[in-house]
Design a protein around this ligand. Structure first.
Ligand SMILES: Nc1ncnc2c1ncn2[C@@H]1O[C@H](COP(=O)(O)OP(=O)(O)OP(=O)(O)O)[C@@H](O)[C@H]1O
Ligand SMILES: [Mg+2]
Length: 367
């Protein structure tokens, strides 16, 4: 239907232009020839990338408009001349604009294709890495268990024959194997965030808080920590992962506290998703819709604090700021937190001053 209309329109224009040209031919041969001046110029429009059919239709349309003016104004030579030149010039201009727009569209299309292909490559390589980490860590556990068990068996069987040095060396070997097991377990936890995540469902965060506290019971009693919270909302999330997130952050708040009893407070506020947000000490611009809300959670402590230069580093896997003898750990906890928050479509960052406690903040989209 649209095509038929287009062809009728083009035919009408062509016909009227042909009539005008004939009219000028009949009047005077010279003026008739003059009216054909735009024809070679229209080739320029073509050259710049207009479709042939569009170029021809446009030529006749413009010619009709300009040369009609000549007839209306008493078919004077000037009007016809101006009409011819103007329709020719319009072609160059329109052809040029169309050509440029076409170039831009093609450039944009190419860029979008390139970005899509890069994103796919990245996704695939991330997935492969996840799989690799998962399989490698899973398969590493078995030989490790074997080494540890046989060394311990060796110690048991030769208890009376071993001197104190040998016993100490066996102790180091067993300790090393234990540490390695912990690293592998943590690595597995890290890769499981995306490979073994469960579907999101409504979750009461107060229940999540209680579960995390229960898992941290020993550390809380040991350090005489006081962990409190404001009313916490219901969100749509993977409950197991939220428990892990709360547990890692509260666990850190208790662990990285020296010379006083840890005071930890968890709270949450509902807020419109902001267009500017702090991320690891940087201001990042985020495009948002007006009706989108997040829950902003914070875990505040009175511990040793963190210098701003480490705000981003601590969220990377295996990055720790202290020796193992000072504070135990593998440096995976916060990397897991970041993966969990990102899987939920939120962000996580820290605000702190060295020696003045720290606040870990993260968002979870309301829907
Ligand atoms: N609440 C905190 N106060 C001060 N420093 C912290 C706090 N939380 C984390 N950090 C710093 O960030 C580093 C990384 O934390 P992360 O939880 O990833 O590792 P970890 O606690 O050392 O080990 P893991 O959690 O794997 O047992 C810590 O080693 C510590 O230096
Ligand atoms: Mg930790």
């Amino acid at each position: 239907m649209v095509h038929t209309k287009k062809y009728i329109f083009m035919a009408l224009i062509t016909l009227s232009s042909a009539l005008i040209i004939l009219y000028f031919f009949a009047k005077t041969r010279n003026l008739g020839i003059l009216s054909l001046v735009p024809v070679p110029v229209m080739l320029i429009g073509w050259f710049y990338g207009m479709k042939p059919a569009v170029t021809v239709a446009l030529f006749f349309a413009l010619f009709t408009v300009f040369s009609s003016t000549a007839i209306i104004h008493g078919e004077t030579k000037q009007y016809l001349y101006i009409g011819s030149v103007m329709s020719g010039a319009s072609f160059v201009l329109i052809g040029f604009i169309v050509g440029k727009l076409k170039d831009l569209t093609e450039q944009k299309k190419a860029a979008v294709t390139r970005i899509r292909s890069l994103a796919n490559d990245l996704k695939r390589s991330n997935l492969e890495l996840e799989q690799f980490a998962y399989i490698a860590s899973h398969d590493l556990l078995e030989p490790l268990r074997m080494v540890s068990n046989y060394v311990q068996l060796l110690e048991k069987r030769n208890k009376d024959k071993l001197d104190s040095d040998s016993k100490e060396f066996i102790g180091f070997a067993v300790d090393g194997a234990k540490r390695m097991k912990r690293l592998i377990d943590d690595l597995l936890t890290h890769s499981r965030v995306s490979t073994k995540g469960r579907p999101f469902e409504p979750v009461e965060c107060e229940k999540v808080f209680e579960a995390a506290i229960k898992n941290l019971e020993f550390a809380i009693q040991d350090k005489k920590a006081n962990v409190t919270h404001d009313p916490l909302p219901r969100v749509t999330a993977d409950e197991g992962q939220l428990v892990q997130l709360f547990q890692n952050l509260i666990g850190n708040a208790i662990k990285f506290c020296k010379e006083r009893a840890p005071e930890v407070h968890v709270s949450a506020v509902r807020q419109k998703r902001s267009s500017m947000d702090r991320q690891g000490g940087m201001i990042a611009e985020i495009r948002t819709r007006n009706d989108e809300f997040d829950w902003l959670f914070s875990v505040r402590d009175n511990g040793i604090g963190i210098a701003p230069m480490y705000f981003e580093r601590i969220f990377k896997i295996f990055q720790r700021l202290h020796a193992r003898e000072e504070y135990d750990g593998t440096g995976i906890g916060l990397a897991v937190c970041m993966k969990i928050v990102e899987r939920h479509g939120g962000r996580i960052w820290v605000e702190s001053k060295e020696g003045e406690g720290a606040v870990f903040l993260f968002t979870i989209p309301e829907k």
